[in-house]
Design a protein around this ligand. Structure first.
Ligand SMILES: C[S@@+](CC[C@H](N)C(=O)[O-])C[C@H]1O[C@@H](n2cnc3c(N)ncnc32)[C@H](O)[C@@H]1O
Length: 233
């Protein structure tokens, strides 16, 4: 990881879990409430990748999306701040004989792209940054992408009625505890308390200010969002 100015947010010390420690158990943990294979199929069908395209994913984690994308494009670049998560992703690539993928330990605020990419992706990762730094990350995506490029963001973004936040969180967490277990509900509670999920209208504004047009969006369960965007000239 490169040296940063003293005023810059240190993305290697983000809130929430330590992914170097969590790496080995991460896939099993998220499979309790996410069907990753189905999610990736849906995202890839929205993206309709072309064989000559370069895809950049920041916050790539254990590489599930980047590896699936690599099968459909020229090259995938998987960036993450966690060495442990990247190591796991790299091992998966080796066992799957996928060679057109690069793994880079860096982050939204520090990764320097060597060449502009066609498609930029961030899945369940941007919320580790406070809003000001999210905006910087989105500006950096704009700099790292080609004219007319696609940006795909899926993350925890709140679209529920804020007037009912107490009921919303209490009901959601107790439903989660009874459907997938108290460990997952505790994980979600610490996410709400410590991480930086933002509001849908803030996220929309930040995406637009960074120079992207939102082509499609989907707000799910009041707390997840997917944005498919195009870079505008
Ligand atoms: C919840 S996981 C999501 C992983 C994967 N994208 C998924 O959808 O399952 C969040 C990932 O973001 C990474 N991360 C957190 N802050 C980051 C940053 N500023 N830049 C790049 N990666 C970051 C973490 O190391 C972790 O691997």
């Amino acid at each position: 990881m490169k040296n940063i100015p003293i005023w810059q947010y240190d993305e290697s010390k983000h809130p929430g879990e330590d992914f170097d420690i969590e790496a080995e158990i991460y896939d099993d943990k998220v499979r309790k409430f996410r069907d990753i294979r189905k999610e990736n199929e849906e995202l890839l069908s929205i993206l309709n990748l072309q064989p000559d395209q370069i895809v950049l994913e920041i916050g790539a984690g254990t590489g599930e999306f980047a590896l699936a994308a690599a099968k459909q494009c020229l090259k995938a670049i998987a960036v993450d701040t966690s060495f442990g998560m990247l190591k796991l992703a790299e091992n998966k690539a080796r066992s799957m004989n996928i060679e057109n993928i690069e793994f880079i330990q860096s982050g939204f605020l520090t990764y320097d792209c060597k060449e502009p990419v066609d498609v930029a992706v961030s899945l369940m990762s941007l919320h580790y940054l406070p809003d000001f730094w999210k905006q910087i990350a989105l500006f950096r995506f704009s700099k790292m992408t080609k004219k007319g490029a696609t940006l795909l963001i899926k993350d925890s973004v709140y679209s529920f009625d804020i007037a009912n936040y107490v009921e919303f969180f209490n009901c959601g967490l107790s439903r989660m505890a009874s459907s997938v277990g108290t460990d997952s509900a505790d994980w979600a509670a610490s996410h709400i308390k410590e991480e930086h999920s933002t509001l849908n209208w803030i996220m929309e504004g930040m995406i637009k200010r960074a120079g992207f047009r939102i082509e499609k969006y989907d707000y799910m369960l009041g707390m997840y969002a997917t944005y498919l965007c195009t870079k505008v000239p």
